[in-house]
Each structure stands twice: as structure tokens, then as C-alpha cells.
Design a binder for this molecule. Structure first.
Ligand code: 6PG
Length: 234
């Protein structure tokens, strides 16, 4: 069972600054150790103030590659596209921001396969992975439903897979491509960023239930060996 440390903040602004500082430290450590950094950042809304802060950091950004932890199977530029939202912040800094859903891939199963091909030139495991969590306990796009077992227990060399959440999440009712549990769990550093009392309650329960949790994040964390920092504010 992984070691969890909660970091609580009085407000989202304080959370964003602290998370940005921690990610900067992880990137600097990766650059010192390996000369480059490959990090996966969650989509959704919660972590973006932290990403805006991180973008102000003085880093050798051209040596940093950023991928989304998961992606909606939509065209680049679509308001639902996670990589588009990340590119807006980090491309101007000179970072490499890579999609995990190829533009031309019309369906989620093929997108999952192509995502692996897209990511083949990235050193693996990830240097860092930041996860968010939905109210149903999903993380990345590992949702309760028909593809859960494949996302959790597929071949460990599989970096990403196409999933069709059922029911489709209302905030983005489209097919997805997600990092697998193995990709997330093998990251050299893992952080979770959530806000609000309801999500905290779900996350605490998911952690206590572990591999049998109905909440996917509990099953993802059950496979993690390194300590995990959880950053939380109301
Ligand atoms: C996505 C995210 C997803 C997100 C949660 C929480 O593509 O939607 O990667 O896993 O982290 O849905 O989203 P919020 O931070 O917007 O609540």
C-alpha cells in the first residue's frame, strides 16, 4: 500500500502556488538526473491555475515534454481537448507538448493504439504524473464501467488505451484515451490535486478501500509503490 501525505491549503490560490513549486522541483531534478523531463498533466479544470504558475518558472523548457494524462477523442483545437489547453500554456515557454490522440484517428480504440506509437520516442517511465479526480472517483480517464479492467490490468507495456466511458461523463461526453494504471503507477513521482470536501471524502474512502474500491482512483493507487502527495483545498 502506498504512503499517502496530505497537504492542505486555505484556498485554491495557495494550493496552485505550492503545486507549481513542487512540479518545478521535480522537473529540475529530472533535468539534473537525465537531461530531460517527460511529465503527464491532468486535464479538467482544477490543476490549471497551478499550470499557469508553473509556466512562470525559469526552467530549461525545451528539454521538457508534456503530455496529458488522458485525452478526449476530439480534434486539436476543440474546447474539450486537454492537449490544446496544455499547449496554450506551455508551448509559448518552448516546452514540447504532445498529443496522445492523433488528429486523424476517428475512433477511440485505434486512438489508444496510436497513442502508444506517438509516445514511443519518450523515455519511460514518466518523470512525473499529476492526477485529478472526478466526483465518481475516476482519474485520468479511468472510469467505472466497461473498460475499467483493461485500463487497470492490461499489458504493463501498454502506455495508453482507448476507452468509452459508460455513462459518458457530462462535462465531456466523448470517447477518451487514457494512460493505463501501469503508466501512472510507474511514474517516478506522482501527485494528486483535488479541491472540495466531497472529493476529499471520496478520495479518503478510495484510499482506504484500495484494490477493491468502487472508485477507480483507489484501484490505481493500490498499484503505486512510491509515496504520493495529495494537495487539497476547500
Ligand atoms: C479529464 C481529466 C480528468 C479530471 C477529472 C477532474 O480529462 O477530464 O484528466 O481526470 O482530472 O475529471 O476534473 P476537474 O478538475 O475539472 O474536476
Amino acid at each position: 500500500m502506498t504512503e499517502i501525505e496530505w497537504w492542505d491549503y486555505d484556498d485554491a490560490a495557495e494550493l496552485a502556488k505550492a503545486v507549481a513549486g513542487d512540479i518545478q522541483f521535480v522537473i529540475e531534478s529530472a533535468l539534473d538526473a537525465r537531461g530531460s523531463a517527460v511529465i503527464a498533466l491532468a486535464g479538467g479544470k482544477t490543476p490549471f491555475p497551478a499550470y499557469e504558475h508553473l509556466a512562470k518558472a525559469k526552467l530549461d523548457w525545451k528539454k521538457v515534454t508534456i503530455i496529458p494524462t488522458d485525452e478526449r477523442v476530439v480534434k486539436l483545437g476543440d474546447p474539450l481537448s486537454n492537449v490544446t489547453a496544455l499547449a496554450k500554456i506551455f508551448l509559448p515557454k518552448g516546452a514540447r507538448v504532445m498529443p496522445i490522440v492523433p488528429e486523424a484517428t476517428p475512433d477511440y480504440k485505434a486512438a489508444g493504439g496510436s497513442a502508444d506509437a506517438l509516445m514511443q520516442d519518450l523515455h519511460w517511465p514518466l518523470d512525473f504524473c499529476l492526477l485529478g479526480m472526478g466526483g465518481d472517483g475516476h482519474t485520468a480517464s479511468i472510469f467505472p464501467g466497461p473498460d475499467l479492467d483493461e485500463a487497470l490490468n492490461g499489458p504493463r507495456e501498454r502506455r495508453a488505451l482507448g476507452v468509452m466511458p459508460d455513462p459518458l461523463p457530462p462535462e465531456a461526453p466523448v470517447a477518451r484515451v487514457t494512460l493505463s494504471r501501469a503508466s501512472i503507477a510507474s511514474a517516478r513521482a506522482l501527485m494528486i490535486v483535488v479541491t472540495g470536501a466531497d472529493k476529499r471524502k471520496v478520495l479518503e474512502q478510495a484510499i482506504s478501500e484500495g484494490p477493491s474500491s468502487p472508485y477507480p482512483i483507489g484501484r490505481v493507487l493500490a498499484d503505486v509503490e512510491l509515496p504520493v502527495d495529495i494537495h487539497w483545498s476547500e
